[in-house]
Design a protein around this ligand. Structure first.
Ligand code: G3P
Length: 214
């Protein structure tokens, strides 16, 4: 399972690249708006730090506008993935960008039905939103498990990139379902990494070691 960081903070990305735990990045307009820096500058900096795919979402919702922004972003680096909304204009853009050898993802996917169409349209990545499905009273990781099952039956090439991940249990349930990629905020990775028994164990070892020396 690959891990992407769901952030536009280049320092967070650098840290997790150094830990060997960042295979790619997802951004979205909300995340980029928080950063304050010029968007192109921010994306260029991220694309240099990460070896893997960097997802960037055009703001335009019309086909011509999407293609224009997609071309501008894709010039930044070979690892740029154009992240498109799961609407007709997004699907149409996938077909055009595929011909131009530009990678695409379809985002804001909230059902197996949408995921099926996104994969058939030829997107490289399909992005179901786990936490927001939970917010709506359904079971986000179960939706992703169903998507995985469908993709396996038909051997779709699209990778399932689960996003809107809020807890370590989301990650574990997605890993158990065999999801290809999870995109997580740094806060979730930090929680996954830590365990009070690890800290207690380190403390005890050091205490015992220091006793022996004195
Ligand atoms: O990239 C999409 C994801 O970050 C959304 O997460 O927690 O706002 O639903 P959330």
């Amino acid at each position: 399972m690959q891990i992407y960081l769901d952030t536009a903070d280049v320092n967070e990305i650098k840290e997790y690249v150094e830990l060997g735990l960042c295979d790619g990045v997802t951004t979205n307009p909300s995340i980029l708006a928080k950063g304050g820096a010029d968007i192109r500058t921010a994306i260029s900096a991220i694309a240099k730090v990460v070896n893997g795919p960097v997802n960037v979402e055009p703001i335009a919702l019309d086909y011509d506008g999407i293609i224009k922004e997609a071309e501008e972003y894709s010039n930044i680096g070979k690892n740029i993935v154009i992240k498109l909304p799961m609407i007709k204009e997004g699907l149409k853009a996938v077909a055009t960008l595929k011909k131009r050898k530009i990678m695409t993802s379809l985002t804001l996917v909230f059902s197996p039905a949408q995921a099926l169409l996104a994969a058939k349209a030829g997107a490289d990545f399909v992005i179901p939103f786990v936490g927001r499905v939970d917010d709506g009273g359904a079971y986000g990781t179960e939706m992703v498990a169903q998507i995985m099952q469908i993709f396996q039956i038909y051997q779709f090439k699209a990778k399932v990139l689960a996003a809107s991940i809020r807890t370590p249990m989301h990650v574990i349930e997605l890993a158990s379902a065999g999801v290809d990629i999870v995109s997580v905020p740094k806060s979730v990775l930090e929680t996954m990494l830590k365990h009070p028994y690890t800290d207690a164990g380190i403390k005890k070892f050091l205490e015992d070691w220091n006793k022996k020396k004195t």
